[in-house]
Design a protein. Sequence first.
Length: 286
Amino acid sequence: MNNQGSVVETFRQLHESGCFVLPNPWDAGSAIYLAQAGFKALATTSAGFAFSRGWPDGPEFVSREVMLDHFREIVAATPLPVNADFQNGYAAEPAGVAESVRLCVGTGVAGLSIEDSTGDRETPLYDFALAVERIKAARAAIDSGSTGAARANGSPRVLLTARCEAYLVGAENPLRTSLDRLVAFAEAGADCLYAPGVADTAEISEMVNVVAPKPVNVLVSSNNCDITVAQLADLGVRRISVGGALARAAWAGFARAVSEIREQGSFKSFAGAMPYGELTDLFSNR
């Protein structure tokens, strides 16, 4: 396992200035490829991992134990800092979130995210007060849990990202809901703020401004893929992630090749496949 204190320090430094892309591998091989491509840190994707195992995305489908093992796999694959997509923390109440966070920190990750989505269509977001208490509990668990000894020696705290899922769950006023919650999450101890699904540049700029000087993560996916790193940097965004988009792009290529075989009896898609030798060399020279 990586030296956690060192990778946490590296990860925190990335959030202090500029703008960086935090791509999301879904297994060890994709993590190694992204590290070799020159990215400075990685983040897991709950969706990408779930799909790779033949499961839907969500804590009701991927157990906490399986997800923690996945974090260990990605941490072990490269020397880069890893941020864990820990969904809702596998608990509703703050005490349960705290327990989960302590276990997550123990996998060697440099950061983790906790979202305010309940998974319930009738009440898709945790009540505001409870959502804030959940972030406070996560913060306290990081500060006093399994990292206590390391912090006593001067090591930095694992970075906590708080997510508001208002855009993804179809909240009536996702911008207002996100702004209110992100500000409260920042005050509750979150180091980085994140409202996946936001695409409008004016709304992104407003989010950056209301939580400043704390950094904001923006998700780039199929709904806003025309935007560039430079444009997001100009808006003041500090961190860009892609969630399950890389995994879904890989699935799209796979599905096209399968469709060609079944419907046309053709294998021409294989002409664009990565060479066997290139992949062999990649994984041989780790």
